[in-house]
Design a protein around this ligand. Structure first.
Ligand SMILES: [Zn+2]
Length: 253
């Protein structure tokens, strides 16, 4: 399962996150604005690669070795039109703020700040209500979404696993950029928490896909037969939905 990650609020812009193995590089001027750049050394990379990080609005230069840094920079400087086009095509970022609309299992919910309620986060009349101080609201909504993701994903994994007669290992939630779900050789399942914003049938498919890997650690015809048993007719539509809307899920928060 491909694409997914990040959790920054537009309301409180901070420096772009720099992960382990990355080093910040001078920003690049693209269409009149400065876009942050990081360099990531990956010894397994075969060549210099240029990526647009859709979560952090930044450019990532992947290089096999530090000695490729200058060449990578020249490559980037020759590709600014491509970067501009990629950034242009991104859906607008969605801050988890009072009045914003966020999807929960595909159903739009308005975020409503209820400062005096002292009730945490709860759903009422199609709204996600959030008590407490305004500056904590984005984090609280994000934590609540992650908790909902855990419940929804765990429930679906349990149903699929029982049907297939398998026992899943630990379920881990991540903020993955490249995958919606994965299955480790030891049977642990990992999912991107942002799936909770997709329609329920998309979550059905992604969980069915990973549970089916507990029987077949490959994408063989036998594997796809298991997926079809667990989530009949969902493979094509779910993959199409994620291709079309996945980036927008990554632009939330
Ligand atoms: Zn797979």
């Amino acid at each position: 399962m491909r694409p997914g990650a990040g959790g920054r609020s537009r309301a409180v812009p901070g420096p772009p996150p720099v992960a382990a193995g990355e080093s910040p590089a001078p920003p690049v001027k693209v269409a009149g604005r400065e876009v942050p750049v990081v360099t990531r050394v990956n010894p397994r990379a075969r060549r210099i690669a240029l990526k647009v990080d859709v979560i952090a609005d930044r450019v990532v230069l992947v290089i096999p070795h530090r000695r490729h840094e200058k060449a990578a920079r020249r490559f980037l400087d020759s590709k600014t039109d491509w970067v501009a086009e990629r950034l242009d095509r991104l859906p607008p970022p969605l801050a988890l703020a009072d009045g914003a609309t966020v999807s929960v299992l595909g159903t739009p919910h308005t975020i409503r700040h209820c400062p005096d309620a002292r009730r945490g986060v709860w759903v009422e009349g199609g709204a996600v209500c959030v008590s407490g101080r305004a500056e904590h609201l984005p984090r609280r909504v994000c934590d609540w979404l992650r908790a909902r993701a855990r419940e929804e994903i765990a429930a679906r994994v349990a149903v699929h696993a029982e049907r297939l007669g398998v026992t899943p290992g630990r379920i881990t939630l991540r903020d993955t950029r490249s995958r919606w779900g994965s299955c480790s050789p030891s049977g642990g399942l990992a999912f991107c928490w942002r799936l909770v914003m997709a329609p329920g049938w998309v979550v059905d498919y992604v969980t069915a896909h990973e549970v089916a890997h507990l029987r077949e650690m490959n994408h063989s015809p036998a594997f796809w037969r298991h997926v079809e048993t667990l989530a009949p007719g969902l493979r094509g539509p779910a993959r199409a939905w994620l291709r079309e809307h996945g980036t927008a899920l990554h632009r939330v928060g």
